[in-house]
Design a protein around this ligand. Sequence first.
Ligand code: DGL
Length: 267
Amino acid sequence: MPVSDTRPILLFDSGVGGLSVLGPVRALIPAAPIVYAADSAGFPYGTKTEAEIAARVPALLGRLVERYRPRLIVIACNTASTIALPEIRAALDLPVVGTVPAIKPAALVSKSRVIGVLGTAGTVRQRYVDKLSAEFAADCTVLRHGSDALVKAAEAKLRGEAVDPAVYERELAALSGQPGGERLDTVVLACTHFPLVQEELAAAAPQLLQFVDGGAGIARRVAVLTEGQEWPSEPGPGLAVFTSDTPANQALAPGLAARGLARIEVL
Ligand code: DGL
């Protein structure tokens, strides 16, 4: 009789952004049972203070761990990762994979040596972004823009709502309009919501841009940390967990089901 370890991988974000990480994780580890947790009651994170994030996220993850007993947690959120990863790791007794703005891979591919970091306001103001820029992109001009509007646009898209394309133009212009921005050739999508609207961003860009995000790297890290572990022969449908019960959850249901999250629960 095959023994199987049914403990899931728990992906965590404020909203649907972590779905851009779920895709690469599923592609690498198709047998993994998935619990996808969206802190809809705390959404959005990008406009919160550091203190609010550091107080909220570790406590919430503690409740999620108690309920779903995951083998590993992916903080599929740049804002929570760049602000509170040490506090999260200290609060939990299991492996935690965080999300790092993909400045290093962007610096590897930029020809013009002008990189844009598009994240939430909470992420782009972190010293961690200074540190990554100094360490991996010292010969680049690194422009930054914090965008709450793109987070909202990604959520609306996943709910099946139409989004005014002017939003994408405006948010990109806030990067490329900065000094040196006319040479911008690479944009780091430093919020997990943004790969969900990458096509729209590309279509709205006044110049040819390459977009880089951390999804594939996170999936590789998860695969390394779970190497040799058993998985159930049938992982079953994934579970989406929200922290509030709102009509928006139902509007998201088809988009979640299309990504293998056929069940929805409220924490
Ligand atoms: N998806 C999140 C991130 O990667 C946060 C979006 C938000 O809630 O503002 O930063």
